[in-house]
Design a protein around this ligand. Structure first.
Ligand code: GLY
Length: 284
């Protein structure tokens, strides 16, 4: 699969924790990248592969998305997610939604089965019911043993994909930031902030949403590729801009239309894995 590529992240965070936790994040990121790659091998699209990779990360309680999401100020779980098809600029997103096990699937349904880009809270749930989604007890997404480890850190998950037809997609999902106010929506479901894909690049961000939103970080990175930067240069430039702003910590993963991957972060760690024709890589 020449030039096909899958790159995933399991969040920018402190990198702190025991070796066992690092091992779990490493295995989780690799499993997600391999899941996305298998979809491409089977002839699937970039959107299908990005969704599949993010579902694997949402189902892994090690990460702050879907099951394992952090708690808001009131002890509840409210999730955000977005997916974008670079070939068509179609996008779907959900914000501050409770009781959806795989928010990225609902984001994709918004993209493909509604005339809208972003649905939030009760309206998103009503849409989910109308599309046949099973709603779960929001507390079933809480994993106490994981929760403590992720306090104060940012464990958003995401995937960017270039399929064998050359099309790009980005998908991102998160429980947000620990202790957030109920109703807070971060960068993840805001197109151009935490998630973006077009014909030249696909980008997924992680980190402090309030910083990422102010810089429209994902679009900033994609625009750098549009202006001739490599994926790695674009990731570096976006994170350098964030550093200059002093607004906060974040990480981005980028795939260019060439299939070449890039990543950068100004947090102390970025859990990530990727697969290209050249092989696999993983780091946490
Ligand atoms: N980057 C995830 C959030 O701030 O919600």
């Amino acid at each position: 699969m020449k030039n096909a590529a899958v790159l995933v992240h399991g969040g920018a965070g402190t990198g702190a924790g025991d070796a066992a936790g690092a091992g779990r994040r490493r295995r989780g990121c690799l499993a997600a990248a391999r899941g996305g790659w298998r979809v491409l091998e089977a002839g699937g699209s970039a959107v299908e592969a990005a969704e599949a990779a993010v579902v694997i990360l949402e189902d892994d309680p090690e990460f702050n998305a879907g099951t394992g999401s952090v708690l808001n100020r009131d002890g509840g779980v409210e999730t955000d997610a977005a997916i974008m098809d670079g070939a068509t600029l179609a996008a779907g997103a959900i914000g501050a939604v409770q009781g959806i096990r795989n928010p990225i699937r609902l984001a994709r349904a918004v993209m493909e089965e509604s005339p809208h880009v972003l649905l939030v809270t009760e309206g998103a749930l009503a849409f989910a019911r109308s599309r046949g989604f099973d709603l779960v007890d929001p507390q079933s997404l809480v994993v106490p043993a994981r929760r403590e480890r992720w306090e104060q850190s940012h464990g958003t998950v995401g995937a960017v994909v270039r399929d064998r037809g050359g099309e790009l997609a980005a998908a991102t999902s998160t429980g947000g930031i620990f202790g957030k106010l109920p109703g807070r929506v971060g960068d993840t479901p805001l197109i151009g902030c935490g998630t973006y894909a077009d014909g030249v690049a696909a980008v997924s961000a992680t980190g402090v949403g309030e910083a990422i939103i102010r810089l429209t970080l994902a679009r900033l990175a994609a625009f750098a590729v549009e202006r001739g930067a490599t994926a790695q240069e674009a990731a570096d430039q976006a994170i350098a801009r964030l550093g200059v702003s002093g607004l906060g910590e974040a990480g981005v993963i980028v795939i260019a239309a060439t299939g070449e991957p890039g990543f950068a972060y100004n947090s102390s760690a970025l859990a990530r894995a990727g697969i290209t024709a050249a092989g696999e890589f993983v780091a946490v």
